[in-house]
Design a protein around this ligand. Structure first.
Ligand code: F6R
Length: 241
């Protein structure tokens, strides 16, 4: 595992965007795995800037989102599908329809999740997977207790995750469940880039990187992957030995 501790968000964004650009430059066609949430925002801004400056194109690429709230249509402002569109996709040049997300309105979650796994495989697998980490050690919506070989599935969200994500305040919608790529699905990505910033992540980061590989901290599974870059700001790295 490679670990980089950076000074601030701008540097975090620039390091991650540079890594993503390297993977894209080396492949004729590459598949990205995208995280939503606040942590990857600087990286998305940096990637958008690279596209605007003509240094990068995503015209030969596609992407899969990690997760989605169950019961929320993609058209809802708070859905991850809508969020990634606003935060990233609108500013880059993925071909239309090539950024896929889990259907939060499905009436057959098991089939939807299996289809998602098949779609990832059909696209050749994920070349570079961006990951944040939850304060409780979750990756995607794999909450503590998730099996480290879990696959894409419906999960119940913890009250903490619902509160931290501000999801309790969504307009006329209270999420209790989500669809998420599994830990095992994520580990099949060829290159994982995990990011964390801010003091609220310091304990989870320490457990994930220095604690036992254990489903109590799903992010600890990254220790078992042979091609991982972890990019932290100083506050998130503060509890590392
Ligand atoms: C979002 C996701 C989550 C977030 C995590 C951290 O797609 O998969 O695991 O990465 O909750 O969220 P932020 O970055 O908002 O602190």
């Amino acid at each position: 595992m490679n670990l980089l501790v950076v000074d601030d968000e701008v540097e975090l964004g620039s390091v991650v965007a540079t890594e993503v650009a390297k993977v894209l430059a080396a492949a004729e066609f590459a598949t990205l795995g995208l995280a939503t949430g606040s942590t990857p925002q600087p990286a998305y801004r940096a990637l958008i800037q690279m596209c605007r400056d003509g240094e990068l194109s995503l015209a030969n690429n596609n992407a899969f989102l990690l997760d989605e709230y169950f019961g929320l249509p993609a058209s809802h402002y708070e859905s991850f599908a809508a969020t990634i569109q606003r935060d990233f996709v609108h500013g880059v040049d993925f071909p239309n329809g090539t950024v896929k997300s889990l259907d939060g309105m499905t009436d057959n979650a098991a089939a939807t999740c299996l289809d998602y796994e098949h779609a990832i495989q059909a696209s050749g697998g994920i070349d570079v997977q961006l990951l944040g980490i939850g304060r409780n050690g979750h990756i995607a919506f794999n909450e503590p207790g998730s099996a480290l070989d879990s696959r894409t599935r419906m999960v119940e969200l913890t009250q903490e995750t619902i509160a931290v994500n501000g999801a309790a305040n969504f307009d006329q919608f209270q999420p209790t469940h989500a669809l998420t790529m599994g830990v095992g699905t994520i580990l099949e990505g060829r290159y994982l880039i995990m990011m964390a910033s801010g003091p609220a992540k310091a304990t989870a980061v320490q457990q994930a990187l220095e604690g036992p590989v254990d489903s109590a901290c799903p992010a600890s599974a990254v220790q078992t992957h042979e091609n991982v870059l972890v990019v932290l700001d100083r506050a998130a790295a503060a509890q590392l030995s």
